[in-house]
Design a protein around this ligand. Structure first.
Ligand SMILES: *Cc1c(COP(=O)(O)O)cnc(C)c1O
Length: 258
């Protein structure tokens, strides 16, 4: 059987519908293979293409190639894109990056999912704004699984106490946990982050309040999604392997990296 690889990012930006189909297909094949290696059903793993920094013109090609749910790290960029592509029927947006409470109103207006919930202040701000909009929102609690200062998210040991407060926020539909693993060439240390998440989910499935769901584990990116799937991921957030290399350094999204 084919082994998990450090997934390759195509050398060039995808700039035709055909190329997007090809890249999406290649990623899906790797998802399928990782599922096969770990005796999992590929239907359990959702692929979220991450379109940050990608201009509208190329996002329209990805849409034509079948993408209907896109991840963006920064809310302002996501909102601008959502507005300019409002004509693309059924296109939804997931915000996957750190959010300041004073920007909760933007997410409440248009996003279909928010994956970086990490404080009660933010939960409260989102809930108030969602009430005003008459909307609800699928959310993931972000966990710092690598114990690095540079990563956002709650330390694993604080997550249970945190989620016990969440039933108060009626517009937030808790779906699971999200993490960024250690950026490392050492597969074992990367996998350890993912395993920590799976154990945490198990604990939450037993001890968290009724009404919250922790079925989803959002983990795995272009460089590590095959490992993440082998360790139990149900949602991989993949940018560069689909859209091509990104010029913006990672430090723009995660202080202290890149
Ligand atoms: C950009 C980003 C990704 C995707 O990273 P790639 O290396 O492009 O696959 C995943 N998760 C988050 C939170 C991101 O900001």
């Amino acid at each position: 059987m084919q082994e998990a690889t450090k997934s390759t990012v195509p050398a060039e930006a995808a700039s035709s519908v055909t190329q997007f189909r090809k890249n999406l297909d290649a990623v899906q094949q790797k998802i399928n293979a990782a599922c096969e290696r770990s005796s999992r059903d590929p239907g359990e793993v959702r692929l979220l293409p991450v379109s940050k920094t990608v201009p509208e013109e190329r996002i329209r090609m990805a849409y034509a190639a079948g993408c209907r749910f896109l991840g963006e790290n920064k809310v302002q960029e996501a909102q601008e894109k959502a507005e300019s592509m409002i004509d693309l029927t059924g296109l939804k947006w997931s915000i996957i990056g750190h959010l300041q409470s004073n920007k909760a109103k933007y997410v409440a207006r248009f996003a279909h999912e928010f994956q970086a919930l990490d404080s009660l202040k933010l939960a409260g701000a989102l809930d108030r704004r969602l009430q005003i909009e008459g909307r609800s929102l699928d959310v993931f609690v972000q966990v710092n699984s690598s114990n690095e200062e540079s990563k956002f998210g709650l330390p694993p040991e604080e997550v249970l106490a945190f989620v016990r407060q969440l039933p108060a926020f009626e517009t937030l539909r808790v779906r699971g946990l999200m993490t960024l693993a250690l950026f490392s060439q050492d597969q074992h240390r990367v996998r350890a982050c993912f395993r920590r998440m799976r154990n945490l989910r198990e604990q939450l499935q037993q001890d968290a309040p009724a009404g919250l769901s922790f079925d989803e584990l959002s983990m795995g990116m272009s460089g590590d999604f095959e490992f993440a799937i082998e360790e139990g991921s149900t949602l991989v957030r993949v940018g560069q392997a689909i859209f091509g290399p990104r010029a913006t350094p990672d430090s723009h999204y995660w202080p202290g990296t890149g």
